[in-house]
Design a protein around this ligand. Sequence first.
Ligand SMILES: Cc1cn([C@H]2C[C@H](O)[C@@H](COP(=O)(O)OP(=O)(O)OP(=O)(O)O)O2)c(=O)[nH]c1=O
Length: 221
Amino acid sequence: MEGLVKTDVPEGLPLVLASGSPRRAQLLRAAGYTFTIDPASDDAECGVCSRETAPELVARYAYRKAESVLPRYRHADRPAMILAADTVASCNGQILGKPADESHAAEMLALLSGRRHDVYTGVCLWSSPDSRCIVDVVRTELQMQPLDPAMIRDYLATHLWDGKAGGFGYQDGNDWIAVVDGGSESNVVGLPMERLKELLENFSSSAETIDTTGPGSPASR
Ligand SMILES: Cc1cn([C@H]2C[C@H](O)[C@@H](COP(=O)(O)OP(=O)(O)OP(=O)(O)O)O2)c(=O)[nH]c1=O
């Protein structure tokens, strides 16, 4: 997979992956990052707002996931660079998150069959000592080959769809799906590694300071 090259974390901060996704941890490990895992609370993902686009949704969720773990790293003796992400597929105007069950996965695969679709990952980096934050979204366009009922049935039986946006894993080892634009395979699997490197490298000049003490802030909850 491309882009598996690490860079330094600004200020030498310990990197905290605010995600329970095994794929994100694998990608970070493969690139050589040292990090701890501290998943965001489940309520960081709270449904699709009306008229929200897929890129808006993943940006919002990535932000909320990072924000939800921030209070754990607020003390001066526990500084961290928090990394959170959220991935969805988007096909024919529908946003596809993780399937609730096998029949939901089957519906998603039937929709994706033979269609071009996009996978979006939102990434949020938040440095706890100075509460500076950056959010970005990467899109990858994919083409799914036509899937016949037997292919869908056999894939569902593997349970590999479980926990994967769109009910299908790009990394699952069959040739059903190909990247047609946007390049990043790691983005499809849950963390755009080349963009992560750029975000870390440009963090000092690009991140915004977030007021975490005002009304509605993590500290006030
Ligand atoms: C499209 C696609 C997604 N995925 C995965 C990446 C993500 O783990 C998952 C999308 O769900 P997310 O809600 O983005 O992440 P998560 O629930 O796994 O972890 P957390 O919320 O704790 O960060 O789908 C693949 O593994 N392969 C794929 O081809």
